[in-house]
Design a protein around this ligand. Structure first.
Ligand code: IMP
Length: 413
């Protein structure tokens, strides 16, 4: 049985908390796309860990963690995370031999391109994600399995650097010293070589186990269905998780979509309900909306049901979790976007192009306090109405409502 957790907005919805809540129910936890651009903080026995590449199953001492073929792996970061978390994690960690590798030059290209784009920058995390996926699609990428034969890999990389030397010069990036690169690759092999395997076959062989596909980034950052070009470079939606792991669609049991009770976004790109005034500031402050990976302040605004409905449909969500409801505590009125205005006419669907879209709002009454409420019946009436309003609009059961950072501050309906 395979369940899937996916973000419904522009990321940072709090997927980690729902994964953490349910991690104990799973024998295998799988990352299937993205790389160390993702990030969430977890607390284990009072110690804080920032996870970027390690799947959240590391929280469950019995679960096997799989880094699937669709992930782009920066070995340096992965080794750092393993060392930080404890080497014993290696006994329950598998890395796909088909996953592509991020090398230092991908990071340099990402950052140089962003600089060149100036005011048109995507606002990437600068982790080399786009350039690594670009090489994968152009069929010149390096796969983790190639660490098995470093001599051959070095030859391939030397040809790659030769082919791209003008481009590197244009971006003012140095090609690596091949001796240093050899040392680096040998270090990767020594540290994580034994974890690299055919994870697709492993997953097929263990289909009788309970598995969780843990999404990274989120629906509106999907390379095909998100707000292109202001997106990440992978398919972040449910179907992408299947490609990124090798699990067949028929094996998917349940899809849980995660959304915040409001909306945030990091990086550039359209965001219809963004509030650049006091409301946005208040949400940012109350919600602690600063990035885990880059520390950037997040852009904030009201909940957008048009975008949420689109995301629920794309992912085929069976249920939804609404996170951080308590951040809206104390607002007298709460707005919800229920449509968009484009060139004077109103639409209720998510268009392929979001520029020049204006949100159409309805206003609901706010509530005083929902923080740390654990039972639906104890939630203020207006907070209940807010959740029911969203539920009705997106046509999907809201199964979880999170009312605080603590694991227990969760209403299960
Ligand atoms: P990249 O994934 O680093 O190429 O960045 C592309 C876009 O995706 C930028 O707007 C980033 O801010 C955004 N992004 C990437 N990873 C995350 C994430 O984990 N949470 C939220 N936004 C992300």
């Amino acid at each position: 049985m395979v369940d899937l957790i996916v973000g419904l907005q522009w990321g940072d919805e709090g997927k980690g908390k729902i994964v953490d809540l349910s991690a104990k129910n799973y024998d295998v936890v799988i990352r299937s796309q993205g790389g160390h651009n993702a990030g969430h903080t977890v607390v284990v026995d009072g110690k804080k860990y920032a996870l970027h590449l390690l799947p959240s199953g590391v929280l469950n001492p019995n679960a096997v963690n799989v880094i699937g073929n669709g992930v782009v792996v920066y070995p340096k970061q992965l080794i750092k995370e393993i060392k930080n978390f404890g080497e014993e994690i290696k006994s329950k960690l598998l890395i796909s031999d088909k996953a592509h590798m991020i090398l230092d030059h991908h990071i340099a290209i990402d950052q140089a391109r962003e600089k060149l784009r100036g005011k048109n920058a995507i606002g990437t995390t600068g982790r080399g994600i786009g350039p690594a996926y670009a090489d994968k699609i152009a069929r010149v990428g390096v796969r983790m399995g190639e660490l098995k034969n470093i001599g051959k890999l070095l030859e391939k990389l030397a040809a790659y650097y030769e082919m791209n030397k003008e481009y590197f010069r244009y971006l003012d990036i140095k090609t690596p010293d091949m001796n240093e690169l050899k040392e680096e690759l040998n270090y990767y092999k020594e540290e994580i070589g034994c974890l690299i395997t055919n994870t697709t076959q492993y997953l097929w062989d263990n289909m009788d186990k309970n598995m969780l596909l843990e999404g990274a980034q989120a629906t509106l950052l999907d390379i095909d269905h998100g707000t292109y070009p202001y997106v990440t470079s992978s398919n972040t939606i449910a179907s992408g998780a299947l490609t990124g792991s090798g699990i067949a669609p028929k094996n998917l049991n349940k899809v849980t979509g995660i959304a915040k009770a409001y909306t945030t976004r990091v990086g550039n790109g359209p965001f219809p309900t963004e509030d650049l005034g006091k409301t946005g500031d208040r949400i940012r402050k109350q919600g602690g909306e600063f990035g885990t990976t880059t520390g950037r302040p997040r852009r904030c605004g009201w909940f957008d049901v048009v975008a949420a409905k689109y995301a629920v449909t794309l992912n085929g969500c069976d249920e939804v979790a609404i996170m951080k409801l308590d951040v809206l505590d104390g607002f007298e009125k709460i707005k919800v976007c229920v449509g968009y205005e484009i060139n004077g006419s109103e639409i209720d669907y998510f268009p392929s192009e979001l520029e020049n879209v204006k949100p159409v709002y309805v206003e609901l009454d706010g509530w005083d306090k929902s923080i740390n409420v654990t039972e639906w019946k104890d939630l203020p009436q207006n907070a209940q109405k807010y959740i029911e309003f969203i539920e009705e609009k997106i046509g999907t059961k809201i199964k979880y409502v999170s009312t605080g950072a603590d694991r227990n501050a969760t209403i299960i309906r």
